[in-house]
Design a protein around this ligand. Structure first.
Ligand code: HEM
Length: 480
């Protein structure tokens, strides 16, 4: 039996009763760094009465991500998310997860991703066309809408997005606002009532659509339809409630995370003009206006991909991942007992100098041939998790971030007006604080539209463009 001395050592600064809860909520990265400096790659802190072990570095990430749910359980720490989305896939029992796992990977097959690439270009182009030729925009909210618009068209279908998309996505705000890891989710608080009303409305939107799709499966070819026609491991179709949970849950997993990393990718490029220049050269060579982006084009433009990966390293949307310890688990010299939580901390792990040279310097070329710092260990970079629960939407998100970045810099000169945005931490994902950019269009709009989407998309046609006005200002009028 392990001795007590092999428990992970406690970080300093805990207070009676609350433990490290205040430090955690005020400055989570500060707490993680303190623990790492005091004790190294495995240490512990206390959230009220709950003990949490933090594990840092590829050797411990491997254990974290490859233990089965029977040992390190994912559903329990995310129970507060389950209160909103129901007992679906990764939030449900091990049995349910095993049955549903093939379904959550269904929409991300290679041939599907190629189709989504076309949709992404069309929707990003509609956004760019909706902007004045000179404008100041708030990047994060604009990207948030683009990401929702892409998800609407790619996952739910054009019919859905055009009829109810905006209302549906706005209701998400009430779901996110009700994420609360501490309060019992059924308490009669206004935010929980709003959550229940939003959920009921979203279900009311989806139910007739599900019925129509069950009756006429041949009319649809999208992510939503994949779920409607899918069978789980036991050959059983999903019932309406399961479908609704899955749709709400997957869209939740996808949109805030992508918004954060896409916005940071653009911000970090603007903060590092030496690298943006390399990206601009790459765009000029491989993506002149009018060139459609396909997987071959993406492979020919590695600089954008390295920028996206460097942002995953330095500004991950999912900064910490949690598991509940069901059976005592060893991490190096330490034993984490049953009943504890165990947590990763990318805010430290992605900055280990043993793995990443000059870790606090933005340098996407660390991923270029000859260096490839991410390849030394497949658990070094964990922005998309790892092992069995590794992000199902990773390729989708990476290609979406590519399209947003490539088309924005292809068509606009961009200036960063908010020089140093901060990280805003939410319970869903982290993102930059509001960030203003100045844009000046540099290419002929019609040529760019025609090339990117295969059809000219008139400016102002989209629903999104009408609503986006609150987050941009035409230069010349008063701003902010
Ligand atoms: C930049 C964008 C994204 C980031 C940073 C991200 C990050 C992550 C991470 C870290 C995990 C693992 C969670 C854990 O182990 O506790 C995860 C899982 C997951 N992600 Fe993503 N994600 C992104 C985009 C998406 C998108 C676009 C979708 C789908 C539309 C998606 C769907 C999922 C699903 C379904 C899982 C659970 C997989 C499982 O349990 O088997 N994600 N994501």
């Amino acid at each position: 039996m392990p001795s007590m001395s092999s428990l992970p050592p406690l970080v300093s600064g805990g207070l009676p009763g609350v433990g490290h809860a205040l430090a955690f909520y005020r400055n989570m990265p500060g707490l993680m760094w303190r623990g790492y400096r005091e004790h190294g790659r495995v240490f512990a802190y206390r959230l009220f009465t709950q003990r949490v072990a933090v594990v840092i570095g590829p050797e411990h990430h491997r254990t974290f991500f490859t233990q089965t749910d029977k040992t390190l359980d994912m559903a329990k720490p995310y129970a507060f998310i389950r209160a909103i989305f129901g007992d679906l896939a990764f939030l449900g029992s091990t049995e349910k997860y095993k049955a549903q796992r093939p379904l959550i990977h269904l929409p991300f097959r290679r041939e599907k991703l190629a189709r989504y690439l076309t949709i992404m270009q069309e929707r990003v182009q509609v956004w760019l066309d909706s902007l004045p030729d000179e404008a100041e925009i708030e990047l994060v909210s604009q990207i948030g809408r683009v990401v929702q618009d892409v998800a609407g068209y790619a996952f739910m279908g054009a019919d859905f997005q055009e009829r109810v998309g905006r209302e549906f996505w706005d209701l998400y705000a009430d779901l996110s606002a009700a994420l609360d890891p501490f309060l019992p989710p059924h308490w009669p608080l206004p935010k929980f009532r709003r959550r229940d009303r939003a959920k009921a409305r979203m279900a009311a939107i989806l139910r007739p659509m599900i019925a129509e799709r069950r009756a006429h499966p041949e009319r649809y070819d999208d992510f939503f339809q994949d779920f409607v026609t899918a069978r789980d491991r036991h050959g059983r179709p999903l019932d309406d409630d399961e479908l609704i949970s899955l749709i709400l849950g997957i869209n939740f997993a996808g949109h805030e995370t992508t918004t954060g990393q896409a916005a940071w990718t653009i911000i970090q490029l603007l903060q590092n003009p030496w690298y943006l220049e390399l990206v601009q050269e790459e765009i000029a060579r491989h993506l002149p206006p009018g060139t459609p982006i396909d997987h071959q084009t993406m492979r020919a433009m590695p600089h954008i991909n390295w920028a996206i990966r460097e942002t995953e390293r330095m500004r991950p949307s999912a900064e910490m991942l949690m598991r509940y310890v069901m059976e005592e688990t060893r991490f190096g010299d330490f034993v984490v007992p049953e009943g504890w939580l165990v947590q990763t901390a990318a805010v430290v792990a992605h900055f280990l100098p043993e793995l990443f040279a000059e870790p606090f310097t933005y340098d996407p070329l660390r991923f270029a041939p000859g260096r490839e710092e991410d390849k030394a260990d497949r658990f070094a970079l964990i922005g998309f998790g790892g092992g069995i629960h590794k992000c199902a939407g990773m390729n989708f998100a990476n290609q979406e971030m590519f399209v947003i970045t490539a088309l924005l810099f292809q068509q606009f000169d961009v200036e960063l007006l908010t020089p140093s945005p901060n990280v805003e931490r939410g319970l869903g994902a982290s993102r930059p604080t509001p960030t203003w950019l100045r844009l000046r269009r540099k290419v002929n709009r019609d040529r760019a539209s025609a090339g990117a989407s295969g059809a000219i998309v008139p400016a102002g046609e989209s629903r999104m463009s009408k609503r986006a006005t609150s987050t941009f200002k035409t230069v010349g009028r008063s701003i902010r």
